[in-house]
Design a protein around this ligand. Structure first.
Ligand code: 4VN
Length: 317
């Protein structure tokens, strides 16, 4: 069978930090941030960690669909900011949700993570699994160098995901997953100092570091080119692009020769939430009835970022 999105849900931590809040102690301004990124505010988790936010999403999905967690065959979480390297966030969620029959693992593909995870889930369902949840969740705020204004102002925390159930008709019609590891250094985060009792190693910054220009060019060249190839002459109702930067999305829309109305954006409210950005956008569009499940609307999900990794999914809802 094939996977079909039955429900969507999101969870944002309570604390909202505006550009002006940041400008109080950081050498930046609302004017610079809005004009260069489109971002106005972001949610920042405090005591909550990545697994806590993902658990909230999982509970919402189970409640919305009125299903028994024991009926889940899989829990997959895409994240670049896990609580631990072990256990996976997915296992933490599986345990606290009581989804004892579900296998569980994390997907590490940074901002392409949710697309990689959803494609992975579809492949499991085509080999027999019947029901599962796929979540993108991030607390990048714990990874940032808050003294580096060029990156700290860009990111936000949050989580969102989907419940998939088996369907006779394919819904995730086409997938393309790509990577370019030669540009791995364009976005690094969470390095664990390489030392042990026998080897001293060297102190390396573990904070998130980004070659903005390099990723910008990657998005406008590699990602846009592969998206055009992926679409071919398909008619697409909406493009749900990773919400990294307003100007980049506008430029990608122009390169696609598609009206900007087909490229909904909510990054002004959340900043760049990495693997959570596409499912947060999807849930907001469903909640606003701009997208409807079972509508046959054709949407494309495109994630792109650290790795470098990127991916496209064509979904008929
Ligand atoms: O205008 C300026 O000076 C700066 C120029 C650099 N900018 C960038 C550059 C890259 C990204 C980005 C990040 C990720 C990681 O999730 C993924 C995808 C992208 Cl396209 C976001 N902003 C900000 C404004």
């Amino acid at each position: 069978s094939f996977g079909k999105i039955i429900a969507t849900a999101r969870y944002l931590p309570e604390k909202i930090v505006t550009n002006d809040d940041l400008a109080e102690w950081m050498d930046t301004s609302d004017e610079w941030i809005q004009s260069r990124t489109g971002i106005k505010q972001r949610h920042i988790a405090e005591a909550e960690n990545t697994s806590d936010m993902c658990l909230q999403v999982a509970k919402k999905l189970v409640d919305k669909a009125a299903i028994d967690p024991l009926s889940l065959d899989f829990v997959i979480v895409a994240t670049m900011s896990p609580d631990y390297t072990s256990p996976s966030v997915a296992c933490q969620v599986q345990g606290q949700l009581g989804a004892k029959q579900a296998m569980a693992f994390d997907v590490a593909a940074a901002c392409a993570g949710f697309v990689y995870a959803l494609a992975t889930a579809e492949n499991f369902m085509r080999s027999g699994m019947k029901r599962g949840i796929v979540i993108g969740g991030e607390k990048t705020s714990k990874l940032l160098d808050w003294q580096d204004r060029s990156s700290a102002v860009l990111f936000g925390d949050g989580a969102a995901g989907v419940l998939l159930e088996a369907s006779e008709e394919p819904s995730i019609i086409k997938q393309m997953l790509r990577a370019d590891g030669e540009r791995a250094s364009s976005l690094t985060s969470g390095f664990r100092n390489n030392c042990n009792v026998f080897y001293e190693g060297s102190e390396t910054s573990t904070a998130l570091a980004m070659d903005g220009r390099g990723i910008w060019n990657f998005a406008l060249n590699d990602v846009t080119k592969s998206l055009k190839e992926f679409i071919g002459d398909e008619s697409v109702d909406y493009y749900l692009l990773h919400q990294a930067n307003k100007r980049i999305i506008e430029k990608m829309a122009r390169k696609m020769n598609e009206p900007i109305e087909k490229f909904p954006m909510n990054l002004m409210n959340y900043g760049n939430t990495s693997a959570a950005s596409i499912p947060i956008l999807l849930d907001e569009l469903v909640e606003a009835n701009i997208l409807s499940l079972n509508s046959n609307q054709k949407v494309v999900l495109t994630g792109y970022g650290g790795g470098l990794a990127w991916g496209n999914l064509l979904i008929q809802l």
